[in-house]
Design a protein around this ligand. Structure first.
Ligand SMILES: Cc1ncc(COP(=O)(O)O)c(C=O)c1O
Length: 526
């Protein structure tokens, strides 16, 4: 049997894995209690027993091609640094956190550490992460280039608040002004989250236009504050009733489940044109803003047809409103080939909001506007942490990293590869009703029956569990909870996408097996 290039690394990694496995088997909390000689012997035996054709890399849960760019990975798999056990963490969560802080999976997955496209749980299991902490890890977990700059900044100037000028905030604002669509949005306001970014955008639009009413889209998600929830078009995320007045929800372009029962393109994009009548019948006829995600994230990566936003933008302008593009998920190259998702539709918005991928895990919110619009927000406003030197340093480093490594191009190319692998899975699995998205923001919508398109939320939950078993992380979404969201880092490689497709395929097989067994049990019971 021929071992791959670095046989020592394979052996050591295998030994660590086997040690963890033996620890699990013997109910031992710490792998270090399993003698090294025992793990090493077992590893040698396991390796010797592997057939010559076996892919040793994938057998130990590592993909065979390195992550681009920067080929370094961490292989140590240990939970010995934990001060709380997995069980203690879960119990403390239950006891000390609001119950509204929910977790994926039947049993919460406790994360210990991460690097590049991988995360490790508290037991040392390695997962291929194709969700990136809700579409947030844009340049890989714990990116060394970004974190080096962050570490240097944290040791130099950590916090001063917006009432003092500082270089990182100024440099970031200048960098962003240089990459917004047409170079037209040049003034930024920094905060800490997407929610705050949208709050600021709506406040600014109201101040600038002197109008109050805001049009948002059905199936949208804009955040968790009272105002952001009011603009959200998904009942699951509108806690406490209708928290604010002045919001109306227009039809979204959900082609797979057209709200007008029509089919694209023969529909003539009627959903977009309906906005005109909506403004005239459901508002005062003067609006402050229209807010939309170019691709609806939480809604299940709903991707409008190419004409949609141009039609909508014309109507919004006609009624005096500003166009706010919520790029919390779609920004920074994710949709492929462009910095912002709205650029895929040839529309220049008045305001862009963002967060998530801008900081690659460091909290930051951005509201960037045309200068005259920004100037409309008269009077003083403070965000204590807004434009914080550390967060601003992280964000600028992320933008530079994406630019230097041409990652929006990779998002387009690797995204096309991802899409084709998902289409292959659709051809094999009738559970997949729709594949959609752009670049490295792709989704599959699961249905019980392709004819009726009945949503399959139970199968989706089962698929999440099966993916976990196959050491793969993906996200869930959609009004019906039947969409799997896929958003790997922008520097993912094609071989990692192949590895992903294998794991997702195996998970779909598993769900289908469970489904068939469930059917047989039901048949024999009836
Ligand atoms: C499109 C969109 N806007 C706003 C938000 C709110 O961002 P945050 O959770 O950072 O407040 C989210 C979060 O998922 C989002 O997806």
């Amino acid at each position: 049997m021929e071992l791959p290039r670095n046989k020592y690394y394979v052996l050591i990694t295998y030994a660590v894995r086997v040690r963890r496995y033996l620890a699990d088997m013997s109910n031992c909390r710490e792998a270090s209690r399993v003698p090294t000689w025992c793990a090493a012997m077992s590893s040698v035996l396991v390796l010797a027993a592997l057939p010559a054709s076996a892919d040793i890399h994938s057998s130990i849960g590592l993909s065979s091609e390195s992550f681009k760019p920067g080929r370094k990975r961490i292989y140590a798999i240990t939970a010995s640094g934990d001060r709380m056990t997995e069980q203690e963490i879960i119990l403390a969560n239950q006891q000390y956190l609001f119950p509204s802080v929910f977790h994926y999976f039947n049993e919460p997955l406790v994360m210990a550490r991460a690097k590049d496209q991988f995360v490790w749980d508290a037991r040392g299991n390695q997962y291929l992460d194709f969700f990136g902490g809700i579409v947030t890890i844009s340049v890989g977990h714990c990116n060394e280039t970004v974190n080096r700059k962050v570490t240097a900044q944290i040791e130099t100037l950590q916090h001063v608040s917006t009432v003092f000028a500082n270089e990182p905030q100024a440099a970031l604002a200048k960098r962003i002004a240089g990459i917004t669509p047409g170079g037209k949005l040049t003034k930024s306001f920094f905060s800490n989250s997407g929610t705050e970014a949208n709050e600021t955008a709506i406040l600014t639009a109201r101040c600038y236009t002197g109008s109050f009413e805001v049009v948002a889209l059905r199936h949208s998600y804009h955040g968790r504050s009272a105002l952001a929830m009011a603009s959200t078009g998904n009942s699951a995320w509108r806690l406490g009733g209708a928290p604010a007045a002045g919001f109306t929800h227009a039809l979204n372009a959900y082609c797979y489940r057209c709200p007008l029962g029509a089919t694209y393109p023969s529909c003539g994009v009627r959903c977009a044109r309906d906005l005109d009548e909506m403004v005239r019948t459901s508002t005062s006829g003067k609006i402050a803003a229209f807010i939309a995600e170019p691709i609806q994230g939480v809604g299940g990566f709903i991707t409008p047809p190419k004409e949609y936003f141009e039609i909508v933008a014309g109507i919004v302008k006609k009624y005096g409103g500003l166009f706010i593009s919520d790029e919390v998920q779609t920004g920074w190259g994710r949709t492929g080939g462009k910095w912002f998702g709205i650029e895929q539709y040839g529309v220049t918005p008045d305001i862009i909001t963002s967060a998530k991928g801008l900081g690659n895990g460091t909290p930051i919110g951005l509201t960037v506007a045309r200068p005259e619009v920004a100037d409309g927000l008269k009077g003083a406003t403070i965000s204590t942490f807004g434009g914080n030197p550390v967060a601003a340093t992280a964000a600028k480093a992320v933008i530079d990293f994406i630019d230097d490594n041409k990652l929006s191009i990779n998002a387009a190319e690797a995204g096309a590869h991802l899409r084709s692998r998902l289409e292959e899975l659709k051809a094999k699995h009738s559970l997949i009703g729709d594949v959609r998205g752009m670049g490295l923001m792709q989704a599959i919508e699961l249905v019980e029956d392709r004819e009726t398109r009945a949503p399959a939320p139970e199968a989706t939950a089962a698929l999440m569990e099966a993916a976990r078993e196959n050491r793969l992380l993906v996200g869930k979404g959609g009004l019906y909870g039947n969409v799997i969201r896929i958003s790997p880092p922008l520097n993912i490689s094609k071989s990692d996408i192949d590895d992903f497709a294998l794991r997702l395929g195996a998970s779909l097989d598993r769900v289908q097996q469970i489904g068939r067994r469930g059917c047989r049990a039901r048949t024999s019971a009836s």
